[in-house]
Every structure is written in structure tokens, then in C-alpha cells.
Ligand binder design. Structure first.
Ligand SMILES: *Cc1c(COP(=O)(O)O)cnc(C)c1O
Length: 398
């Protein structure tokens, strides 16, 4: 925050290991201190006066700026190729602040279909109370954006890829269209992380991600990141960020700095393991199909290849099953892969789609009901493949 433009910083090793760290200020410690303080003292009245005037660039109170958080936010801004960054206590808070900052009563939002649950709840349940409407579209086709934009549309909300079916949007095309209409764009980039996709490079205004996922990487922190231009981020800091009061706490910021140290190594490892797991699943007779953006059969494969440097641990497969009980059996048979929400940590996870419908609603003819979302973590590939294998073999044994 309040840092100079990070635009020129592109060396990931430098960003992760050095940027923002002023070791001479803390005994040359390799790991930065956790500045677990709520407030900061002044020697002069004038210093306090200046802080009140500009809380964005002064340490006054940790709901605003905090030194540990500042180290983290400089790194995250640079990774996104953004000028500035705010770090929140959750991805949901980053979404809330980014959207709220860019709408007023009477406005319309154009959003991709099925955005992250809590973005959708904000659009459906909270914003209508303030006379703000949302139009959902299939974002795979640029014409759908052109058709949906109304005279009062002020915001386009993207999530590319989506975290279940991995539908993607042509970010450069949407950004160009939005710019020509004076509309702000926000993109949820949780799936890719800035290492695999930089929406700002394509002209997107605000990019956010759940740092709970890959940035934290150890399933122990809930946090969110919002990056953009200095002017947009400063405006959000001075209003929504300070008012919602959901900035990340120093200890969690420290855990994310620690997570960042190994981010490239973890993504490399997960990317390789995912390929092995995918080829196993593709060849299994109980697997009807796999959905993965960098899979040749993915409907938007060309765009995914062009826009995303990588795709890693999150994939969906359609399991062959006649009853919901077969799917339940498969899930419950897994010995190592855990059944849990979230992803991006060290541990592999599954969520069956049938867990969000009732047993009576289950229709085996509907492939969506037979979806299994799998997150591939840091375990050995064979450990995971063996676990999947035994669970698939035994799923029809009552
Ligand atoms: C998890 C997630 C979020 C929300 O982040 P939290 O840190 O859980 O608040 C937003 N978008 C996507 C795509 C996610 O997977």
C-alpha cells in the first residue's frame, strides 16, 4: 500500500524472497516480525495530524496499515502486475469490498453464471435491497456480454476459470468491451493464482483471489487479495476497506508471506501430479469424462492455453454410477483423500456434486449430478492414484 508502482517488478524469486522486506529494521532476521499491534505512537502532534489526514500511507491503527501486512501486500501486488493491493480477512470480504466500491443505487451488474457462492449471494440477496440488479450470462461467449450490457451497467463480474466446470472468459475481449462502455471489470482469479494468469495484463481493472487456497497453501488461513491501480485501491482503502474492517490480521499475513515462499514449488509439483492423476482417471472405465481447462477435450482448450500459463490441482470428473449410493460409497471408501470444501492446501480433497442435492433429486441421467470435484495436493502421485483406484473398484459392492 502507498508503494510506488510495482509494474516493473517481474522476477518472481525477487518478489517472493526480498520485495518489501526491510531486514535492517529488524535485526536482519530472515523471517519478518509479526507486528502484533493495534496502534502506533507519535512523538509530535504534527505527525499524528498527518496520519489522520492520510491513513493510507501512515501507520496509525492496524485496521488500516500494518507493517507485516504491508510486506505481504507489496509482494501480492507485484505478483499480479498491479500497482497496489489490499489483503482481507477472507476472499469473500475482498469480493464484497470490490463490488460495493463500484456500484450505487440504480446500477446493474453483468456477472458470469454461477460465480463463487458468496458473490452470488451478495448479488441475489444483499444488493437488490439497494436497488442494484444483476444479470447473469454464459461468459464463454463475448456476444453475451454485448447483449447483456444495459445503459445502467457499471460493473462486469468475472471468474475465470469457474471452480466447478472451469468455464472461462476471454479476458482481453471482455476488458476491451468494458473499457469502450466505461464499465469497471472485476475478475476472481483464485483458480490460477497470479503465477498462472494475470488478468491485469489483459486490461481487467480489479483482480481478486481467495488467498485461503494456493497462497496460504496449508489449509490454516482464511484470507483474500484485491489488486488494481493505485487510485482504485486507495479509494477502496479509504472507504470500504476501513469501513468493513475486515483487513487481514498480522499473524495471518505472516502465514501468507510464509506460504508465498513455496508457492512456485508447490504449483510445479501439483501441476505434475495432476497430469498423472488425470491420465489415470481418463483411462478408468468407471470415469465417463474429465473436465480440466488444459485438457485437449476441454471445450475452451484453445483459449485456456492462450490465456492461462498453467492449470493445476483442481479438476472435475464425471463418475459412472446408476445410483447416488454408488457415488456415496466411492467417496466414503477413500482412505487418504479427504471429503472437504476448499482447496489449494497440502492435502487432496473431493466434493461430490450430489452432496448439494437431496437423495430424491439425484438423477443418474444428469451428468452434473455425477460430478466429483477433486483437488490434487502435495502427496505422492501413486498414493493418490491407489486411493482413487481402490475406491472406484469397490464403489458398487454393497
Ligand atoms: C474460496 C473461494 C472464494 C472465497 O474465498 P474465502 O477465502 O473462502 O472467503 C472466492 N472465489 C473462489 C473461486 C473461491 O474458490
Amino acid at each position: 500500500m502507498a508503494s510506488s508502482s510495482n509494474k516493473s517488478i517481474t522476477d518472481i524469486s525477487y518478489i517472493i524472497n526480498e520485495l518489501g522486506e526491510e531486514r535492517e529494521n529488524y535485526f536482519r532476521a530472515i523471517a519478518p516480525p509479526i507486528m502484533q499491534t493495534s496502534n502506533f505512537a507519535f512523538e509530535k502532534v504534527d505527525g499524528m495530524r498527518k496520519a489522520f489526514e492520510d491513513e493510507y500511507s501512515t501507520f496509525l491503527y492496524s485496521r488500516g496499515l500494518n507493517p507485516t501486512v504491508k510486506i505481504l501486500s507489496q509482494k501480492l501486488a507485484a505478483l499480479d502486475g498491479a500497482e497496489d493491493c489490499l489483503v482481507f480477512n477472507s476472499g469473500a470480504a475482498a469480493i464484497f469490498a470490490a463490488v460495493l466500491a463500484n456500484v450505487k443505487s440504480g446500477d446493474n451488474i453483468v456477472s458470469v453464471d454461477k460465480p463463487y457462492t458468496w458473490a452470488q449471494k451478495m448479488f441475489n440477496d444483499i444488493l437488490p435491497r439497494f436497488n442494484i440488479t444483476t444479470t447473469y450470462i454464459d461468459g464463454r461467449n463475448i456476444e453475451n456480454f454485448e447483449r447483456a450490457i444495459l445503459p445502467n451497467t457499471t460493473l462486469i463480474y468475472l471468474e475465470s476459470p469457474n471452480s466447478w466446470d472451469f468455464a472461462i472468459q476471454d479476458l482481453a475481449a471482455v476488458a476491451a468491451l468494458a473499457k469502450s462502455e466505461g464499465i469497471i471489470t472485476i475478475c476472481d482469479n483464485s483458480y490460477c493464482t497470479p503465477l498462472y494468469q494475470q488478468p491485469i495484463e489483459y486490461g481487467i481493472d480489479l483482480v481478486l483471489q481467495s488467498a485461503t487456497k494456493y497462497i496460504g497453501g496449508h489449509s490454516d488461513v482464511v484470507a483474500g487479495v484485491l489488486c488494481g491501480s493505485s487510485s482504485m485501491i486507495k479509494k477502496i482503502f479509504e472507504s470500504e476497506y476501513m469501513n468493513i474492517g475486515s483487513g487481514i490480521q498480522p499473524f495471518n499475513a505472516w502465514l501468507l508471506i510464509r506460504g508465498l515462499r513455496t508457492l512456485p514449488a508447490r504449483l510445479d509439483r501439483i501441476t505434475k501430479t495432476t497430469q498423472q492423476v488425470l491420465s489415470y482417471l481418463r483411462s478408468h472405465q468407471k470415469v465417463e469424462s474429465v473436465i480440466f481447462p488444459h485438457d485437449e477435450n476441454f471445450p475452451q482448450f484453445e483459449l485456456a492455453k492462450q490465456q492461462m500459463k498453467g492449470a493445476c490441482g483442481l479438476l472435475t470428473f464425471i463418475i459412472r454410477a446408476n445410483t447416488v449410493y454408488d457415488i456415496e460409497k466411492f467417496c466414503e471408501n477413500l482412505k487418504h483423500i479427504l471429503m472437504a470444501v476448499s482447496w489449494g492446501g497440502h492435502e487432496s480433497l473431493i466434493i461430490p456434486r450430489c452432496s448439494s442435492i437431496t437423495v430424491d433429486e439425484f438423477d443418474s441421467a444428469n451428468a452434473e449430478h455425477r460430478m466429483i470435484r477433486l483437488y490434487v495436493g502435495l502427496e505422492d502421485p501413486d498414493y493418490l492414484i491407489n486411493d482413487l483406484g481402490q475406491a472406484l473398484e469397490n464403489m458398487n459392492n454393497a
